[in-house]
Design a protein around this ligand. Structure first.
Ligand code: SF4
Ligand code: SF4
Length: 434
């Protein structure tokens, strides 16, 4: 693609990087059919190729973009289905990051938008604040009609109930059951701890059962930075990354660890990208990023023990975009579920986002609802007649909450199912099945 960046612009590393990415795009449009927002609107400006042009133009001109152009970029889910589909290897992930960071600086937002973005950035990355926020949101439910449009939408999306479990905020080491085969740090997540702490409990149990020593870093470890990164607040995302790396380095000082395990797919993609987030020249970030693993990668390496003959439900496995497109992980969770004794039910359109996409469903509720309806339609069609024998499993808390808001089928984390099948308690919603 031809560009017209000035010499001054090209002297900035991110613009030079952007130009290199643009040179790979051959306008072929193969990415269009993979894009959920284009499928919904049919507007090329809501497609990957359209957004590539819009971002290029707004940065070349250097002034604030029109409201319309910014809204098409804001509507991008960051699902990266287009990156998987692109035959030319266009690095859309980095490209949209640069575009969002640019918008954050130059685009004047309406007061309501600013407030929402501030709120998301100030509250959600902190587990206890997020827990309080969700509790207040639930209390506000009866008064939804009195709240403004966006706030009402947000309150409506707050889960009606959360599972019980610990919030891990102190340093702790869980010894493995039997011989130590691996030593891992568990990245705890932020929103996930507030919404479903049982996922971390299940993760600790199954990792220990399979021979991993599990270290909780405490001391400053927290949000991976993805929530801020996805809304263009890169300086804050870098701060979270540095705090996590300092906490993990503290664990390493006691005894080297093998992996940093994530059980929220969005966090995994973010931590695997720490080196790039910090400019590509940070040796500590490179070392940490290289050791980041989704929990299903680590469980696949450890191998599941032989299973007892339990009657297990059929599993509809939902690929979280950040796991499928962001990390290229599709076979490990499926194989582990089969190894654990579950029968898998595949659903069509699996490359399509459910509309959760981090905080996207709070900021773009209309599009998020349309994508959710599309996803639920394909699930409903696939399991019609035996819904009551199914469970939906996925590897990301955002997808879990999004899907659970639209179905009575229990929605659980893959690690919770694997823990249950190998001796742990049943996940919330599956108590009767056990
Ligand atoms: S598929 Fe790749 S090369 Fe083709 S238009 Fe999309 S981004 Fe460009
Ligand atoms: S990241 Fe997803 S929503 Fe955004 S352009 Fe690519 S496919 Fe479309």
């Amino acid at each position: 693609m031809r560009t017209e960046f000035s010499a001054d612009q090209l002297a900035r590393p991110e613009i030079a990087e952007m130009e290199a990415i643009l040179r790979k795009c051959v306008h072929c449009g193969f990415c269009l059919t993979s894009c959920p927002t284009y499928a919904e609107t049919g507007d090329e400006r809501d497609s990957p190729r359209g957004r590539i042009y819009l971002i290029k133009d707004m940065i070349e001109i250097g002034t604030a973009p029109s409201k319309g152009a910014a809204s098409h970029v804001d509507r991008c889910l960051g699902c990266l289905a287009c990156q998987t589909a692109c035959p030319s290897g266009v690095d859309y992930e980095r490209y949209i990051d640069i575009g969002r960071a640019h918008l954050e600086v130059v685009h004047p937002r309406r007061p309501g938008d600013k407030l929402l973005r501030w709120l998301l950035s100030a509250v959600l990355p902190h587990a206890r604040r997020a827990g309080l926020f969700f509790a207040l949101g639930r209390m506000a439910r009866p008064f939804i009609g009195l709240l403004g449009g966006r706030l009402a939408g947000m309150a409506a999306r707050i889960p009606a109930a959360t599972a019980r479990g610990k919030i891990y905020d102190r340093k702790h080491t869980f010894k493995p059951d039997g011989n130590r085969r691996l030593r891992v740090v568990l990245a705890l997540g932020c929103v996930q701890q507030a919404l479903r702490p049982a996922i971390n409990d299940a993760s600790v149990r199954i990792l220990r059962r399979l021979g991993a020593e599990v270290v909780i870093a405490g001391d400053g470890a927290g949000c991976c930075g993805a929530l801020d990164h996805h809304i263009g607040k890169d300086a804050k995302a870098r701060k979270f990354a540095r705090a996590n790396m300092a906490a993990w380095a503290g664990c390493e000082a006691e005894l080297p660890f093998d992996y940093i395990v994530t059980n929220a797919a969005g966090c995994g993609t973010q931590i695997k990208g720490y080196e790039r987030l910090l400019g590509g020249i940070d040796a500590q970030a490179a070392s940490m990023a290289a050791r980041a693993r989704d929990i299903t990668e680590v469980l696949a390496e450890l191998g599941l023990p032989a299973q007892s003959a339990k009657r297990l439900p059929r599993v509809i496995y939902h690929d979280a975009c950040s796991l499928m497109h962001g990390q290229g992980i599709t076979s490990e969770p499926r194989q582990l579920l089969v190894d654990a004794g579950f029968t898998l039910q595949e659903i069509p359109g699996k490359h399509f986002c459910c509309g959760s996409a981090g905080s996207y469903n709070l900021m773009q509720p209309e599009m998020a609802d349309k994508l959710l309806a599309r996803r639920m339609q394909s699930i409903g069609d696939a399991v019609a007649g035996f819904e009551d024998q199914c469970v939906i499993a996925t590897g990301n808390i955002g997808c879990m909450e999004q899907l659970a808001s639209a179905t009575d089928i229990p929605v659980v984390h893959t690690a919770e199912l694997l823990d249950w099948a190998t001796g742990g308690p049943p996940p919330l919603g599956l108590e009767e099945a056990s």
